[in-house]
Structure formats: structure tokens, C-alpha cells
Design a protein around this ligand. Structure first.
Ligand code: BES
Ligand code: MN
Ligand code: ZN
Length: 482
């Protein structure tokens, strides 16, 4: 998708549709007035009215409702751009001209971001899609009073769209294609952006004592990987970094505690946390962020096998703590236990944030819009929630009551990997906390938000959302740069 910013009176080219973004309560004359009067279009958010061949206008005009004028913020502008694209994408026309009701350069750039996010498709495995089902739009023009300033404001948002698309690609890939070594290879390729990428294999992890992570991958023929991604963009390259850790279970069958067949295909996206961390590093490099940031991915495949880990096994983590594996399907926390420990041990970061599609229970708690935030640090949690709100990635803080610790006390080891059904997301977070040595830390359980079908947000097509990239990028930008 080609993005341009043009002056409000720039002449229209051939095969162009105009999407006019309007507020609630506008008045219209002529043919447009009659079209509006003959519909229920009020300009409310998300409404559209398609007007074919209006007199004296373009071939096609779509009114896009943006709600009340005083609520037209960055997210509303993105949604308007995204809705315009969705309404006209398969129209047969090639260029989309978006007219905004308010000329600010930043909102124009945000509308363009909305188009970039909405037009994402994962179509590499479709060989027979009918031509008229494919998007016809190839260009989007955002008309604004300040096209040059809007163009100058766009690059960091374009970097964000690239990164979110990269994450969505990773999350959408089936597990026969994207297994740990292939995931690591794709991350390694990002060195072209200026990132530094280190890959540890099973022998190196064994030498470090990562028995918890390695136990999960033990039943898979695919080798487990630990990936370290560095972006040292601060002026002082030796300044203490911030760190992000992602659960990358490339496929989660449950292992010997095998999952039911129905819906198991969803577990290809059990690497959504690692996908989001990768996307964050992608955007930081893409926009040359002035911050020192470490990304760590724990990549494994959880399979049943003659060599797989059994329920009841006891493994020794890098921290030295022993873990009784009650349920091999509670594998994400086993991966993160070693990844978190390694992260703080090696990098001594200002804080660590992990992202993980960790528990089905978070979907029961919060539904499919909010991810859960668990933290030992109020300031870090507040910064995450603030960034999430600004970027339209809803996040809700969850409690971590010490009284629930006893649910994960083991009789024969230091800790067990499940705490039973009550508060399943909370006991998972309490488990992780035992592998965090008093560093400021937050855990985002994104099992509820990494995948959306059907999606209810115009900037997110059905499927992989890329959740987390935006909010983490925003937090780094607002709090740790400059
Ligand atoms: N990957 C799953 C969690 C999940 C469920 C993610 C649904 C996305 C959608 C995780 O590894 C898991 O299996 N968790 C178990 C934990 C239980 C065995 C304690 C769960 O949530 O049921
Ligand atoms: Mn599992
Ligand atoms: Zn899992």
C-alpha cells in the first residue's frame, strides 16, 4: 500500500474513491443531502454511507462517521482511515483519497497508519483466490492542509505498521513452517535493521542449567532456541537497558497432558508473546529509538513423545529452584522461568516485562478485548496501562495476592507448575514472580488478545492482532528515550 499526503484541493486521478470523514450532526446539501436524508447515517463512529456517482463529485464518495468533533483523537483518526479502507478495499477502484474534517498533520499521519494496519493480509498460502475478492486499492492519499508536515510526521508510524505486520506474519504462520529454529532465523535476518541477534541452542542452554525451558522442548524433534535481541540506541551505549521477554511456544499440544483436538490449531499462535517482543525490537530499530532495549525469546515446541516430559517430573531451573511439573500443558511459565532468570542475571535491566499467551483463564476473567497486567511495581504497571490506553491496546491490572502462593507450593519440590482452577492466571503470575529477583517486573497475559476472530476493531483484521507491539513501543518512547 502506497501512502501519500496531498493538499486538500489536489486534483483527483482516475479510479479514485473519496472517503470523506465527517462528524456527527453535519449538514449536507444537494445530492449528498438527499442521500443522507434517505439513510440512517448520522456521522456516528464507524458508520459509513456509500454514495455512487454524486453530482459534480468523484465517481464514488463514502461518508465515514467519526463521532463527535471533540473526541477526534489519534485513535479515532486511525479508525476513520481504517474504516475508509475496509469500505472501499474491494471496490475495484485503485486509489483511496481520505478527506479529514480536521487538518492537523498528526491526525493525518494517524489516518494513514489506520490504513496501513487495516490493509494487512496473510495471504501467502492462497493460490486460488478470485480476482474480485482481492483488494483493488493500491494507493491511499490523505488530504490535509499540511501535506509536507504530515509526511514528515509519518515515518515513525510507518515503522510501527511494518513492525505490527511482521508480528502478525509470525503469529499467523503455521507451526510446520515456523518452528523455533526458523523463528530464530527470521529474527536473525532483522540484523539488517541494525539489531544485534544472538541465538542459543540446546547445548548452550543446558550448560546454563535451563532445565525448566529444556524440559518443555524435550518431546519435540525441533530444537529449542533462546534468542537475545539487542537495540542499543541510547547516546550512552553502556546505560542500563530495559528488557522484554516473550513466550514463544511455536506449537502447544499440551504435551503428555494433551489438549482436546477441538481448537488445538489455535495453539500455533502460542508464540504471540515472542512475536510481540520481536515486533517491538523491529519498530525500535525502524525508528532508531534512543533507548537501550533487550528482547529475549524463549522458543520451544510442546509435543507428546516417548521422550517427552511427564506429569510429576521434577526439573531444575537456571535459578536453582526445582519445579514439579504437575501438568505439561502449563509449559509457558516453565519457558519464562528460565528466560526471565537469564535476562536479569545477564543484563541487570531497569525492569523486565514479559508477554505471554499464558492462560486460558485470562480469557475467562477479561474476555477478548483486555490483556491482563500483573506486576510487582506500581510505577511500571501505571506506565504500561497509560501506554496501552493511548495506543488502543486495552490492558487491565490484576492482583497478585500473596495468600494464593500456597496453591503452587509443592510437597516434593520448591514450586509446582499449576495451582488448580481457582485464579489460574494469578497463580501463573505468582509462579513467574518466583523467578524474578526483586527486579521491577510486569507480566502481560495476552492469551485473550493475541488473536481475534472476529475482530471488532477496524485497524485489526481477523486473526493475528500484533497486540503488545504498540503499547510497548509507546511506553519506551514516552518514558525511556531522550
Ligand atoms: N497456551 C496455553 C494458554 C492459552 C489458552 C492460550 C487458550 C491461548 C488460548 C497455555 O500453555 C496453557 O495450556 N495453559 C493452561 C494452564 C493449565 C494447565 C494450568 C490453561 O490455561 O488451561
Ligand atoms: Mn499449554
Ligand atoms: Zn501454551
Amino acid at each position: 500500500m502506497e501512502i501519500e499526503f496531498v493538499a486538500a484541493d489536489a486534483p483527483l486521478g482516475a479510479k479514485t474513491a473519496v472517503a470523506r470523514v465527517v462528524f456527527e450532526g453535519g449538514s449536507y446539501d444537494g445530492a449528498l443531502g438527499r442521500a443522507v436524508a434517505a439513510s440512517r447515517f448520522t456521522g456516528a463512529k464507524g458508520q459509513t454511507l456509500d454514495v455512487l456517482a454524486p453530482e459534480g463529485g468523484p465517481d464514488r464518495l463514502v461518508l465515514v462517521g467519526a463521532g463527535k468533533a471533540d473526541g477526534f483523537d489519534a485513535i479515532a483518526a486511525e479508525h476513520a482511515g481504517a474504516t475508509a479502507w475496509k469500505t472501499l478495499s474491494v471496490s475495484g477502484l485503485e486509489t483511496l483519497r481520505i478527506e479529514l474534517p480536521n487538518g492537523s498533520k498528526d491526525l493525518a499521519a494517524r489516518a494513514a497508519l489506520g490504513v496501513r494496519l487495516a490493509c494487512y493480509r496473510f495471504d501467502k498460502y492462497r493460490t486460488k483466490e478470485a480476482a474480485d475478492k482481492k483488494p483493488s486499492l493500491t494507493n491511499a492519499q490523505v488530504a490535509t492542509a499540511e501535506p509536507d508536515a504530515a509526511l514528515a510526521a509519518f515515518p515513525p508510524l510507518a515503522a510501527l505498521a511494518d513492525a505490527v505486520s511482521f508480528t502478525r506474519d509470525l503469529v499467523s504462520e503455521p507451526a510446520n513452517i515456523l518452528y523455533p529454529v526458523e523463528f530464530a532465523r527470521r529474527v536473525k535476518e532483522l540484523e539488517r535493521l541494525g539489531l544485534e541477534v544472538e541465538i542459543l541452542g540446546e547445548a548452550e542452554m543446558a550448560a546454563l542449567g535451563m532445565g525448566s525451558l529444556l524440559g518443555v522442548g524435550q518431546g519435540s524433534v525441533r530444537e529449542s532456541q533462546l534468542v537475545v535481541i539487542k537495540w542499543m540506541g541510547a547516546d550512552d551505549k553502556s546505560a542500563q537497558p530495559v528488557a522484554f521477554v516473550g513466550k514463544g511456544v511455536c506449537f502447544d499440544t499440551g504435551g503428555i497432558s494433551i489438549k482436546p483436538a477441538d481448537g488445538m490449531e489455535d495453539m500455533k499462535w502460542d508464540m504471540g508473546g515472542a512475536g510481540a517482543v520481536t515486533g517491538l525490537m523491529h519498530v525500535l530499530a525502524g525508528r532508531k529509538a534512543k533507548a537501550n532495549v533487550i528482547g529475549i525469546l524463549g522458543l520451544v515446541e510442546n509435543m507428546p513423545d516417548g521422550n517427552a516430559q511427564r506429569p510429576g517430573d521434577v526439573v531444575t531451573s537456571m535459578s536453582g529452584q526445582t519445579i514439579e511439573v504437575i501438568n505439561t500443558d502449563a509449559e509457558g511459565r516453565l519457558v519464562l522461568a528460565d528466560a526471565l532468570w537469564y535476562c536479569q542475571d545477564r543484563f541487570k535491566p531497569k525492569f523486565m516485562v514479559d508477554l505471554a499467551t499464558l492462560t486460558g483463564a485470562i480469557i475467562i476473567s477479561l474476555g477478548n478485548d483486555y490483556a491482563g497486567c500483573f506486576s510487582n511495581n506500581d510505577e511500571l504497571a501505571a506506565n504500561l496501562l497509560d501506554a496501552a490506553g493511548k495506543e488502543g491496546e486495552p490492558l487491565w491490572r490484576m492482583p497478585m495476592p500473596a495468600a494464593y502462593e500456597k496453591q503452587i507450593d509443592s510437597v516434593i519440590a520448591d514450586v509446582k507448575n499449576t495451582g488448580g482452577r481457582p485464579a489460574g492466571s494469578i497463580t501463573a503470575a505468582l509462579f513467574l514472580q518466583r523467578f524474578v529477583n526483586n527486579y521491577p517486573w510486569a507480566h502481560l497475559d495476552i492469551a485473550s488478545t493475541a488473536w481475534k476472530k472476529p475482530s471488532t476493531v477496524p485497524t485489526i483484521p481477523d486473526g493475528a492482532t500484533g497486540y503488545g507491539v504498540r503499547l510497548l513501543n509507546r511506553m519506551v518512547q514516552d518514558r525511556y528515550e531522550g
